[in-house]
Design a protein around this ligand. Structure first.
Ligand code: ADP
Ligand code: MG
Length: 259
């Protein structure tokens, strides 16, 4: 069965796109067939996968508006080993244009259902907002992966997000769950980070991934080359951490299947 995961956090700059691209590349390394859906008008996941967002005639925008089919728009990431449903700034208009459409919250879901079976995992890189695009991601997904930095206000933002997931669960997507919280840009020497990390584990228990993503400059450099860290510097701490995350994710998914 295809697992569909929304990578979301309404804060910007918390590592959503970095996680989306690097987890996609790492899962592909383990033989998984992966589709990365860029649902952010900034198109960072598209660029970071090695696809020039400026040259695209059609993107996820046309798919959401029913003007193109997913398979007509999807492209392979040249060196990532996964497929991409790309985005660019056109998508910024989608929010307004979708309001008048039927089933505006489930347009992405319908598109992804049509692709089911072709992929083992579909990752959705969300914009930094709790808007209609993010709602589309939450309706399409079986679970959410929340990257977060362990800083003072992180937990506060988290409760807004958890409430949004609860609302979606109560209405549009009764089976959605939180897959996991991922600690990113983590510095183990920082006492505050340790404290927030402990709090997270108290609140969310096993939902917190064991794998921690360290702050690593290779992860920040790789996107400017259109590469996942794995292709840019395989031995880097960042690339290795995302490989471990992929292993943990696969092990958890198998455990769920057999449960
Ligand atoms: P978001 O998609 O949530 O806005 P990004 O993934 O784009 O966040 O990350 C924000 C910035 O932080 C980017 O410049 C990215 O390269 C950098 N970054 C993300 N994760 C790490 C990390 N683990 N170590 C160092 N830099 C990181
Ligand atoms: Mg992003």
């Amino acid at each position: 069965m295809t697992r569909i995961l929304a990578i979301t956090n309404q804060k910007g700059g918390v590592g959503k796109t970095t996680t989306a691209v690097n987890l996609a590349a790492s899962l592909a390394q383990y033989g998984q067939r992966v589709l990365l859906v860029d649902l952010d008008p900034q198109g960072n996941a598209t660029m970071g996968s090695g696809i020039d967002k400026r040259g695209l005639e059609r993107t996820v925008y046309q798919v959401l508006l029913g003007q193109a089919k997913g398979q007509e728009v999807i492209q392979p990431s040249p060196r990532g080993g996964f497929d991409v449903l790309p985005a660019n700034r056109d998508l910024a208009g989608a929010e307004v244009e979708m309001v008048g459409l039927k089933q505006r919250e489930s347009r992405l879901k319908d598109c992804l259902l049509a692709l089911a079976g072709r992929y083992d995992v579909i990752l959705i890189d969300c914009p930094p907002a709790l808007n209609l695009l993010t709602v589309n991601a939450l309706v399409a997904a079986q679970a959410v992966l929340i990257p977060m930095q362990c800083e003072y206000f992180a937990l506060e933002g988290l409760s807004d997000l958890v409430n949004t997931v609860k609302k979606v669960k109560a209405g549009l997507n009764p089976t959605i769950e939180i897959e996991g919280l991922l600690r990113v840009m983590y510095d183990p020497r920082n006492t505050l980070a340790q404290q927030v990390s402990e709090q997270l584990k108290r609140h969310f228990g096993a939902k917190v991934f064991d794998t921690v993503i360290p702050r690593n400059v290779r992860l920040a450099e790789a996107p400017s080359h259109g590469l996942a860290a794995l292709a840019y510097d395989r031995g880097s701490k960042g690339a290795q951490a995302y490989l471990r995350l992929a292993e943990e994710f696969i092990a958890r998914s198998r455990a769920k299947e057999t449960a």
